[in-house]
Write a protein that binds this ligand. Structure first.
Ligand SMILES: Cc1cc2nc3c(=O)[nH]c(=O)nc-3n(C[C@H](O)[C@H](O)[C@H](O)COP(=O)(O)OP(=O)(O)OC[C@H]3O[C@@H](n4cnc5c(N)ncnc54)[C@H](O)[C@@H]3O)c2cc1C
Length: 464
């Protein structure tokens, strides 16, 4: 199977000659029936990770169908803060496992736990604890390396079709001397990893973002950060490019994967069945819904984040600005600006708590009293797919050579989507890089074993 894909890719066969561009809808369904047995790859999930993976596979000359149960960018990719970061720190580099209970219990904390999910988060927590002890430096430098490639990867994937990306940098405001000292420590690591940093005083900050004039604070300015104002529109534009280039986008909920050892795979959706040569699961925090069909799981929890539109005019601010101690970031939006943030952990699908972002806004209003929710807008929330080491998981599933997964992008899905899309396309076309090993979930060897043991225990205690 892979050799066939490889030869097609290398021969540079015309892009998707079997595909006709169709949008989600009835006509796409009819088309997908025609395509069902001809397609090279099915990508499940039309968030930013799936859409970019579909584009990268298409760029390799493969005929691709992109499926989503809803529509493009209706999951976590809808309402993120829009930042494309030039570097990032894993959560495990910032918080020890012993710090977390106090953070979850503190009423004013930007972190929360869905206590009903807690017992089943234990294996993930053990891996998180391991990540805080052993591999922090490796994970930090790998995450920075991947982030550095973010903009060039989008440019390579989209060329002149790339929608506007604003390159105005990113601000992190430090409200106290203790925060400033912590920021200085992180900044020296950032600088050693090649991220350009400038420390701004209060007047410099006001010059860059006059709306933050009330904050007599110092700030870190990360010049090479970029942002998109409307993340959902950004991903929708990428999906339009995929369709214009000959890809097929269909609405269908994938219910079952039937994968045989021979490499044959059938993707059974609620509407259609597909028999591609490769399937890529880009279903975000819900990756473990389909992977058990391949007798596989990856260590993933859902980390809900929230956003709320603010009652400010367009142009209120011109670049994303974080207040790390309050766990929020203000970011320009198509209406003016929104506040985004909160790390609320649980099992995928757990109950949301919109009051978390409302109380974060209350705390912000102590220093910026003019900020209010925009009338007529509700709190939005999305589930980030969080791995214990904050690095994404991109891999070919062992013993199921036609099945690939790209998930676990955590706080960095918009940043890393085009980077991991290239890694996915390499894996599907049989090109192995050092990333294939570093981003495989096999890096959690011990954890995979403990999942396997848990699975065995569960199945042996099931009634016949
Ligand atoms: C508040 C907040 C702020 C953030 N800020 C940033 C930021 O500034 N920068 C950044 O880089 N990242 C940010 N992120 C993270 C980023 O949004 C995510 O990492 C990214 O959107 C994940 O994309 P995805 O495609 O993996 O998942 P999703 O966008 O969730 O897409 C998964 C898709 O799979 C579909 N799906 C699932 N199961 C099935 C099935 N069985 N059949 C068919 N379809 C299925 C879903 O409908 C969904 O559309 C933020 C996240 C939040 C919540």
């Amino acid at each position: 199977m892979l050799s066939l894909l490889r030869s097609r890719a290398r021969a540079g066969c015309p892009r998707n000659r079997q595909c006709e561009a169709k949008r989600v809808g009835r006509s796409a369904r009819a088309e997908s029936e025609v395509m069902a047995n001809k397609v090279d790859a099915v990508v499940v999930g039309a968030g930013v990770v799936g859409v970019t993976a579909a584009l990268a596979l298409q760029q390799c000359g493969l005929a691709v169908i992109l499926l989503d149960q809803r529509s493009v960018a209706r999951g976590c990719s809808f309402g993120n803060a829009g930042v494309i970061a030039p570097g990032a720190f894993p959560l495990s580099a910032q918080y020890r496992i012993t710090d977390l209970p106090a953070m979850f219990l503190k009423p004013s904390s930007p972190a929360a736990l869905d206590w009903a999910s807690a017992p089943r988060l234990l294996p993930w927590a053990l891996q998180y604890a391991k990540a805080t002890r052993s591999d922090v430096w490796h994970d930090t430098s790998l995450l920075h390396e991947l982030c550095r490639d973010a903009l060039p990867s989008y440019e390579l994937l989209l060329g002149s079709d790339l929608p506007p990306i604003s390159r105005r940098g990113y601000l992190a405001v430090h409200l106290s001397c203790a925060e400033l000292a912590a920021a200085n420590r992180l900044n020296s690591i950032r600088a050693s990893l090649g991220v350009a940093i400038r420390m701004l005083s209060g007047p410099d900050l006001v010059e860059l973002e006059p709306a933050l004039g009330g904050l007599a604070a110092r700030a870190t300015f990360i010049k090479d950060a970029a942002h998109v104002v409307d993340p959902a529109a950004f991903v929708t534009t990428l999906a339009d490019v995929f369709v214009r280039r000959g890809g097929l986008l269909c609405r269908d909920r994938v219910q079952v994967l039937e994968s045989k050892g021979s490499g044959e795979i059938t993707v059974r959706g609620a509407l259609d069945s597909y028999s591609p040569r490769a399937v890529v699961l880009a279903t975000g925090a819900h990756a473990n819904q389909l992977l058990p069909d391949c007798d596989y799981r990856i260590p993933l929890v859902a980390e809900r984040g929230y956003h709320l539109e603010l009652d400010v005019e367009p142009g209120f601010m011109t670049r994303p600005t974080a207040i790390p101690s309050l766990g929020v970031v203000f970011t320009p939006s198509q209406y003016g600006a929104r506040i985004a943030g909160i790390s609320h952990f649980g099992l995928p699908g757990f109950r949301a708590r919109p009051e978390l972002i409302l109380s974060a806004l209350d705390r912000v209003r102590k220093i910026l009293p003019a900020l209010r929710p925009r009338p007529g807008f509700e709190v939005w929330c999305g589930e980030r797919a969080a791995t214990p080491d904050s690095l994404p998981i991109v891999e070919q599933i062992p013993r199921h050579s036609s099945v690939f997964v790209s998930s676990g992008h955590g706080h960095l899905g918009l940043t890393l989507a085009a980077v991991t899309a290239r890694i996915v396309a390499d894996l599907v076309t049989g090109i192995f890089s050092s990333y294939s090993r570093q981003l495989s979930s096999q890096r959690f060897g011990l954890r995979s074993k403990s999942y396997a043991i848990l699975r065995e225990m569960r199945s042996s205690t099931k009634p016949p």
